[in-house]
Design a protein around this ligand. Structure first.
Ligand SMILES: NC(=O)c1ccc[n+]([C@@H]2O[C@H](COP(=O)([O-])OP(=O)(O)OC[C@H]3O[C@@H](n4cnc5c(N)ncnc54)[C@H](O)[C@@H]3O)[C@@H](O)[C@H]2O)c1
Length: 364
């Protein structure tokens, strides 16, 4: 087994900073190259995060035998083509969400990952947040009984819809459903143990500006045991700009208790359980705030939105590197990515036809 994984980062923009920083903290990752179509961005990343080299030529980098894996952090619509390129070159892939911008590409990615036997992991960073991990353990231990309702919102403030690529369907592939709601779709699937999806209904639209992708969306998913309500918007009017207006919260309601997480609240993570130990009045009438691992101070610059105490990035990249080196399963593999895409596709279609759809109907 090789001792380290040679990694290339493709796309050196905003979120790529968190990936590059995290890789620099993973001892068994070798940061071979930063790649971007904009050479200056690639150079900046090499200098800031310590990649050995930079390039604008992904094909040339992929031809190197010491490159084992590619982290894709480009704009969304090109993800599918880059996954195909990297897997065909024999490299493992960690791709930013959404895995692809179309269902067809998602299916192709699943098939190619299977055929090549390489890892294809979708970067749903929240799955590596300590509260998400803890919530899953609490649910698995039965402490809140059977979860029957998952309610979540991710929303932020974009002041000017004419700047950036997120409102251009040719580059983004979709609006806030693909960009924001996708995170909580993946959280819900992970927390509730991949429940069977019975139907999906969504309302969405460009409600605040004359743009071609949705800026606001609510998705309702019926699973065999629970209802999921997942909301998002990128046009909140609140003080503090894109960062401070950021809302990211979810709650899981179970037959014996509740879990709440809110990135902006302190404490972020609260649990109510009818379990007798937690009912002691000294524990705030049953509400407890479990102690979560604290991130090292030097990880905080690249942490969770508005929440420097909970960083998922280093654990996520350590997990990916270890899975590639040890050939163990990744947490959010291509099949998991495909399931999220199926739900998003059903949401888009249901909004168009104005009724709930099963995943089968949405694909017809
Ligand atoms: N998990 C999160 O919290 C989170 C947050 C933001 C963005 N994202 C996702 O990450 C991706 C990037 O978003 P961003 O905000 O960093 O965008 P960005 O515009 O800041 O950066 C994108 C970078 O990709 C480069 N690029 C585009 N096409 C390329 C290609 N073919 N080859 C090489 N480089 C290419 C651009 O030059 C740019 O430097 C998107 O898919 C987005 O959905 C995730």
């Amino acid at each position: 087994m090789p001792k380290s994984l040679g990694v290339v980062l493709v796309g050196c923009g905003g979120i790529a900073r968190s990936h590059a920083f995290a890789l620099s903290k993973v001892p068994n990752a070798r940061m071979i190259a930063s790649v971007d179509i904009n050479e200056q961005s690639a150079i900046n990343f090499k200098e800031r995060f310590g990649f050995e080299t930079h390039s604008t030529d992904l094909d040339a980098v992929l031809a190197r035998p010491d490159v084992d894996a590619v982290v894709i952090a480009t704009t969304s619509k090109i993800h599918g083509a880059l996954i195909t390129k990297a897997l065909n070159a024999g490299k493992h892939v960690l791709v930013q969400k959404p895995m692809t911008a179309s269902l067809e590409e998602a299916r192709q990615a699943v098939a190619l990952a299977k055929k090549t036997g390489l890892k294809l992991m979708v970067s749903f960073f929240e799955l590596f947040l300590p509260p998400v991990e803890r919530a899953r353990q609490i649910i698995e231990a039965g402490l809140i009984g059977e979860p029957f309702l998952f309610k979540a919102m991710m929303a932020w403030h974009t002041p000017d819809v004419t700047k950036g690529w997120r409102f251009d369907p040719e580059i983004a592939g979709g609006g806030v459903i693909l960009d924001g709601n996708v995170h909580h779709v993946s959280n819900a699937l992970y927390l509730l143990g991949n429940p069977k999806i019975e139907s999906v209904y969504a309302e969405y639209g460009a409600l605040t500006a004359d743009v071609k992708v949705e800026d606001t969306a609510v998705i309702l998913v019926r699973t065999d045991k629970a209802i999921l309500e997942i909301s998002g918007s990128n046009r909140l009017q609140e003080p503090g700009g894109a960062t401070m207006a950021f809302k990211d919260y979810w709650q899981v309601f179970g037959t014996k208790g509740t879990i709440q997480w809110d990135a902006a609240a302190r404490p972020t993570f609260r649990v109510f359980t009818e379990d007798e130990k937690a009912l002691d009045p000294l524990l705030a009438n049953g509400w407890v705030s479990p102690k979560l691992p604290v991130m090292p101070p030097d990880h905080r610059e690249f942490s969770m939105h508005i929440n420097g105490e909970e960083s998922p990035w280093v654990p996520e990249h350590q997990h990916f590197v270890d899975c590639c080196l040890n050939d163990t399963p990744v947490r959010s593999d291509a099949e998991f990515g495909l399931t999220t895409q199926l739900i998003l596709e059903a949401a888009y279609k249901s909004g168009k036809v104005g009724r709930r759809l099963s995943l089968e109907e949405a694909q017809a």
